[in-house]
Structures are given as structure tokens and as C-alpha cells.
Design a protein around this ligand. Structure first.
Ligand SMILES: [Zn+2]
Ligand SMILES: [Zn+2]
Length: 410
């Protein structure tokens, strides 16, 4: 087909009669598959590549940890497989000395990385911008689960142990549905709604703290006694009545105890009260961190740094000690309880714990539900049906009216 002279040739060299270039055959560079260079973005975005792990031996898709099957399952071909490649170094789950680590970390112990990262998908090579909150997420382009390496991200503290998820998505879904169905005040259309695509699998970062505690306490112990008090009634007659008095005696004592695995969430942005409802996580079931267990799951990076978490953890211990000392005070009541705890052998661990997270919309408002993916504990926030509230209000008014009427007609 002859091209019109006004049109440019489809590619350089085509159309012109350049015999000099066509006479010598150009050297062909062998094709090589390589990732495109990372775009040169401005700012503090760190460049990291995701871990290339757990590739399906059948189709090359990335395996995801299936809590029901307790195996890696390929989301593309359904193949179930064991770990590919060498197992991670088997390290015993260790508690770390808290003061030593805080001294070593310095400023890093009280700050978290908030910068974004550019992550290159190892499957389709797309470059994704990720916030510092997640260590793993599915690629926006090919859906492949991409997990970052903690060492590459430069996390000062990495999880050394993980609680493998054992509750499947179906079980979690039914548990959430049952929970909502049992809430009488929840709207009926919500109970009937299919929300399975609204459930996400997430590994949450947690800190656990251990410590010995020696606690000296002092208080005023109160004992009740009764006295007869003379009085006069309205008619001016003399009467006596019994009155309760308290005799205060200063007392002191000592409580000695051991705290094991006090949990502090390292996550932010999740409803803390909701999390409390599905805790605890059985820390006795922890296994050494292995990327196999978190493959395909969203993994959050801690947003509460070690120092802040430790303050929260020891705050919890102090509240527990106060309760324990309060129980030690003899007598009927007490006041001015002062405690002076001394902690020793303070240790910590950083762990990952799995949940199924439900986020749904109801009348333009977002609600959350969660299932502990180890124990199955379930809790959800839900809207109240205005109709049901109105109905209960009307019914209680009727009951009140009937009672008042019955009393009035006596
Ligand atoms: Zn496959
Ligand atoms: Zn991709």
C-alpha cells in the first residue's frame, strides 16, 4: 500500500531508500526479561522489592496460606503445595531484654517509619506505592500477593514469631453472620446481606511484655463499727438511731508476682475496643516467623513503637498490681492505697496475629467486624434499626400507660 507523502513513515528507515543501512544486518541483542527501572519519584519513598517466595510449582502463581487446609494454595490453579525452597532458619522463640533493646535502639525505639515505599511486584513488575503501614498486600495490577522483606524495609524490630491462622474465610463469614443475626436491634436488610467480599485477611502486629514485679504497698484499712446516736424526731421526742462509722488503721504489705505475655496492639486505625473483644490471642501457640503463614495475607507493620508500647504494657501491669494490692488490704474497706512496683527481668517479643476483618457500609457509614483467626472469637459493630427502636419505645410507653392506669383505678 503506497503511503501519501504527507504521512510520516511508520518507523524510522521504512519508506526511504537508504541502501547504506539495509545492506548491513544489525546485530540483534538477545531478548532478556527484566523489570522496568523504578520511576524516579521525588521524596523519601524507599525503593523495595517484594519477596519472591512460595511460587506454585504448577503455574508460577504465588501461593497463599489457607488456614482451613493449613497449606499453601495457588489462587490461580488451586494447586496445594508445601514450601518451595529452603525452610527459614529455625530459631527458638526468644524473649528480648527490654531495657537493653531500648538503649540500643535509641530514637528508633520511639519512632516509626511513616514514609511511603515504592514496591516492585515480582510477578508483573508493576511499581506500586505503599504506605509504611503494610508489609504485604495484593498487587493492584495482577493481584499477586506481594510480601516485603523486613530487613529491606529497615524495620528496627522484626517479628520473630507468628500465630498461624486456623479459621477459614467461610467459618469467619458464618461466624460474623451469626453474630449479626443474633443482634435483635440490627436492621433485617443488613442480616440478609451478602458481605463475603467485604472480609479481608490481616496479620496484626502485637507486642508482648513479661516482667517480674515486687510491689510494696501501703494503705489505710477501714473497719466498720456502729454507734447509737441520740436524735429528736419531728414531734420533739427523743430517739436513737444506729450509724455506721469507720475506724482507720495504717497498714502495709508486699505483693510479688510475674506477668507473662501482656499484649499490646502495635496497630493503629483499627477499632481498639473491637480488637479487645476478640482478644486474647493464645501466645502459647506461637511458631517461628515463616513467610509461608503470611503469604497472601495483608501484613501490617507496627505503628506503635516499642517505647510507647512498653509504657502501655507496664501501665496494664500497674493497674493489675493495684487491684492485687487492694485485695490484700485487710478490713471492710480501704483508702489512700499507694503502690511502689519494682520490675525486673523485663522482656518483650514482637509477634504477628491473624484476624478476619469485615468492613461494610450501611447508609453511608462504615462499620467494622472482626474474627480472631486463631480462636474464632467474633465481634462486630452494627447500626441500630430505627424502626425497631421506635417499636420498643412505643411498646414501653403502652406498658407504662397500662401500669399507671391500673394503679390509678385502684
Ligand atoms: Zn498454580
Ligand atoms: Zn503485579
Amino acid at each position: 500500500m503506497p503511503s501519501s507523502p504527507s504521512e510520516p513513515p511508520p518507523f524510522p528507515g521504512a519508506g526511504d531508500d537508504d541502501t547504506a543501512s539495509s545492506s548491513s544486518t544489525p546485530v540483534k541483542v538477545p531478548a532478556k526479561r527484566m523489570p522496568p527501572p523504578l520511576p524516579n519519584l521525588q521524596g523519601a519513598a524507599a525503593e523495595v522489592r517484594s519477596l519472591e517466595r512460595h511460587v506454585c510449582p504448577e503455574c508460577g502463581g504465588k501461593g497463599e496460606w489457607d488456614p482451613g487446609k493449613k497449606e499453601l494454595v495457588c489462587p490461580y490453579c488451586g494447586n496445594r503445595f508445601e514450601r518451595v525452597g529452603p525452610p527459614p532458619p529455625s530459631t527458638a522463640i526468644e524473649e528480648h531484654d527490654l531495657d537493653e533493646m531500648l538503649a540500643k535502639l535509641g530514637i528508633k525505639g520511639s519512632t516509626v517509619d511513616t514514609g511511603t515505599r515504592r514496591v516492585q511486584c515480582t510477578n508483573c513488575h508493576a511499581v506500586l506505592v505503599r504506605s509504611a503501614e503494610t508489609m504485604a498486600q495484593h498487587c493492584d495490577f495482577c493481584g499477586s500477593p506481594e510480601l516485603l522483606d523486613y530487613t529491606e524495609v529497615g524495620s528496627p524490630i522484626q517479628p520473630e514469631s507468628v500465630l498461624p491462622a486456623g479459621i477459614s474465610k467461610e467459618t469467619a463469614y458464618h461466624s460474623l453472620k451469626d453474630f449479626l443475626s443474633a443482634r435483635w436491634f440490627a436492621p433485617n436488610d443488613l442480616k440478609k446481606r451478602n458481605m463475603i467480599d467485604r472480609i479481608n485477611r490481616v496479620y496484626l502486629p502485637y507486642w508482648t511484655f513479661d516482667s517480674n514485679a515486687e510491689c510494696q504497698w501501703s494503705a489505710d484499712s477501714g473497719e466498720y463499727y456502729y454507734v447509737d446516736v441520740d436524735d429528736t424526731d419531728a414531734q420533739g421526742r427523743r430517739t436513737t438511731r444506729r450509724e455506721q462509722r469507720i475506724r482507720w488503721t495504717p497498714v502495709s504489705g508486699h505483693v510479688s508476682t510475674w506477668f507473662d505475655d501482656i499484649l499490646v496492639s502495635g496497630s493503629q486505625g483499627l477499632d481498639v475496643e473491637l480488637l479487645k473483644k476478640i482478644e486474647p490471642f493464645p501466645t502459647k501457640d506461637l511458631v517461628p516467623y515463616d513467610t509461608r503463614y503470611v503469604s497472601g495475607w495483608q501484613v501490617e507493620h507496627y505503628q506503635v513503637p516499642l517505647l510507647q508500647a512498653a509504657q502501655m504494657g507496664f501501665g496494664t501491669m500497674e493497674a493489675l498490681l493495684r487491684e492485687m494490692c487492694g485485695r490484700e488490704v485487710p478490713g471492710d474497706t480501704y483508702r489512700n492505697l499507694r503502690i511502689d512496683p519494682e520490675y525486673s527481668n523485663k522482656t518483650f517479643k514482637h509477634i504477628l496475629a491473624p484476624i478476619w476483618l469485615l468492613a461494610y457500609q450501611y447508609r453511608n457509614k462504615t462499620w467494622q467486624g472482626a474474627v480472631n483467626a486463631v480462636t474464632g472469637n467474633t465481634h462486630a459493630r452494627f447500626p441500630l434499626s430505627p424502626w425497631k427502636i421506635a417499636m420498643v419505645t412505643v411498646l414501653s410507653l403502652i406498658v407504662l400507660f397500662v401500669i399507671l392506669h391500673a394503679l390509678g383505678s385502684r
